[in-house]
Write a protein that binds this ligand. Sequence first.
Ligand code: B12
Length: 245
Amino acid sequence: MIIRPYGDTLDDGAVQLSFTLPVPDGPKGREAARLFVEKLGFKHTEITHSHALAEGFSFYVAYGKTETSIDFDTVRIKEATGDKVYSMDEACEVIKEKIGRKVVVVGACTGFDAHTVGIDAIMNMKGYNHHYGLERYSEIEAYNLGAQVPNEKLIDYAVKVKADAILISQIVTQKDVHIQNLVEFIELLQAKGLREKFIVCVGGSRIGNQLAVELGYDGGFGKGTYADHVATFIVDRVIEQKVAR
Ligand code: B12
């Protein structure tokens, strides 16, 4: 099935873009913005909104039409969890039956990142959007260390409580600060000879499973993740490890 974005009429290729330019708002800035959108390959380009952000900076909303399309049938996703996601009760049942002890999970938002809402959505008792967090799972022992936690401290804590899994949240991605921080975490684990001891997952609004795996993590979780997803991933991995031993 061939698909493309649309605005008024199915298949018309209409797209809305927004961006900032390091020039003042005005006719010249708007024309520069329009030319930029044209250079991206869009036709029937229009700047529908612009305003000054600060001295010498301006913001634009542009419309354009594209002929580019995607064959939806060829799209393959690489999510950490497949179609089967355990509910909280199912996850706890599986833990009881197949693992026979509580699963220990430690999580934090690391480095200088102060965004706690994401990791709280996954771990806090009350959860997020009608999905309880890991603290609510009777068969999971969950420790949420909060935000701005140094990598070293998170590892030490995971060792102390004999964690099965470590969960990291990274929300700030400016200048790829998350990559630096995530790489440092894995390198620290490796240097301590601990990489194989833990299932290590990272999540955040701009994190995907593919990036996470490339950086040496077991799984990555982005927007729209619930505790159910990460619990399913961890539980299945703990069982796999048990079988392999
Ligand atoms: C609230 C907020 C803040 C609050 C945070 C309060 C708090 N206690 O968390 C405050 C005001 C402190 C703040 C500060 C800053 N913020 Co802020 N903030 C936001 C905002 C508006 C919402 C974030 C949020 O709570 N989302 C809701 C949660 C539920 O979504 P989530 O974090 O994506 O989490 C979900 C998934 O990603 C996933 N997930 C997340 N972590 C994990 C971990 C695991 C293990 C798993 C499995 C899943 C998972 O599951 C969650 C549930 O589905 C966003 C903009 C936006 N609308 O997203 C900007 C935003 C994140 N902030 C931003 C910035 C730049 C900052 C500052 C640097 C601003 C500044 N110059 O000072 C500072 C950062 C300071 C620091 N040291 O970190 C930028 C980041 C840009 C970038 N790409 O790097 C954003 C995107 C705003 C923007 N458009 O510019 N911020």
